[in-house]
Design a protein around this ligand. Structure first.
Ligand SMILES: O=C(NC/C=C/[C@H]1O[C@@H](n2cnc3cncnc32)[C@H](O)[C@@H]1O)c1cc([N+](=O)[O-])cc(O)c1O
Ligand SMILES: [Mg+2]
Length: 214
C-alpha cells in the first residue's frame, strides 16, 4: 500500500524545511503542493490575508476548526505572542498524527494544542477542559457544511465576545452559502469579504472576516 498525500506532505517538510523554523515549514508545503501535488491548505496567497488579520487582531486565544496537515496551524501560531495559545480540532486520526509531526518540526508544540475530535463534540467542552473564557480569533477551514452549525454552537457556548473575529476559508470555492448568508445578514456580525484565489490555482475564492458584535 502506498503513502497518503498527508504522509507525502510530511516527507516534503522533513526533507526541505529546517527544524524549528515555521516559515521554512510553510514554504516547504507550499512548494510541494504548488509543483508536485495539490492539497487543501489555505496556501500562500490566502495565507498572506490570514497573516494580516492575525497581525491586526493580535489574538491570545485562537481556535482553528480543521487542522488537516497543520499548514495554517503553523502559519498562524508562528505569528502569535509568547503567551498566546492556539487550539486546533481535527477528527481524522491519520491527519492528526501527521499534523502533530508537522507542528513538532516547526517547533511550535508549546503554542499549539491539537485536539483529536469532532468540533460539534468538543466546542461545548473547551471552557472546562482548557480554561478558555472566549476566543479572540477563530479560523474556520473544516467541512464547509459545518461552518454555520459550529458558529451557532460557539455563540451558544459563550465562546465569542464583542470583537471576536471569525475568519472563514473557501467562502467561494468550494463555498459556504448558508454561513455567508448568516454572517452577512445577522445584526450580530460585521462581515467583510477578502477576494483571492483557491490555493495553488487561478480559481476564484476568498476569505470572509466577520467580527462578532455581541
Ligand atoms: O473541503 C475542504 N476542506 C475540508 C477540510 C477538512 C479537514 O477538517 C477536518 N474536519 C472536518 N470536519 C471536522 C469537524 N471537527 C474536526 N475536524 C473536522 C477533516 O478531517 C479534514 O482534515 C476544502 C476543499 C477545497 N477544495 O478546493 O475542494 C479547498 C479548501 O481550502 C478546503 O478547505
Ligand atoms: Mg480551506
Amino acid at each position: 500500500t502506498g503513502s497518503t498525500r498527508p504522509q507525502r506532505i510530511l516527507r516534503a517538510v522533513q526533507k526541505n524545511a529546517t527544524r524549528g523554523d515555521p516559515c521554512s515549514v510553510v514554504k516547504a508545503i507550499d512548494d510541494y503542493c504548488r509543483h508536485k501535488e495539490w492539497a487543501m491548505n489555505v496556501g500562500d496567497e490566502k495565507g498572506c490575508i490570514v497573516d494580516s488579520v492575525v497581525s491586526e487582531v493580535k489574538p491570545t486565544a485562537v481556535l482553528e476548526l480543521g487542522t488537516y496537515c497543520a499548514y495554517s496551524t503553523v502559519r498562524i501560531a508562528s505569528l502569535l505572542s509568547p503567551n498566546a495559545k492556539l487550539i486546533t480540532l481535527e477528527f481524522n486520526s491519520d491527519y492528526a498524527a501527521i499534523a502533530r509531526e508537522v507542528i513538532a518540526w516547526a517547533g511550535l508544540q508549546d503554542k499549539i494544542q491539537l485536539v483529536e475530535g469532532a468540533s460539534g463534540e468538543w466546542i461545548p467542552r473547551l471552557k472546562e477542559e482548557f480554561g478558555i473564557e472566549t476566543f479572540d480569533l477563530i479560523f474556520l477551514d473544516h467541512w464547509k457544511d459545518r461552518y454555520l452549525p459550529d458558529t451557532k454552537l460557539l455563540e451558544k457556548c459563550g465562546l465569542l465576545r464583542p470583537g471576536t473575529v471569525l475568519l472563514a476559508d473557501n467562502v467561494i470555492c468550494p463555498g459556504t452559502p448558508d454561513y455567508l448568508d448568516y454572517v452577512r445578514n445577522s445584526q450580530q456580525y460585521k462581515s467583510k469579504f477578502f477576494k483571492s484565489h483557491l490555493e495553488y490555482t487561478q480559481e476564484e475564492d476568498g476569505l470572509e472576516k466577520s467580527v462578532f458584535l455581541g
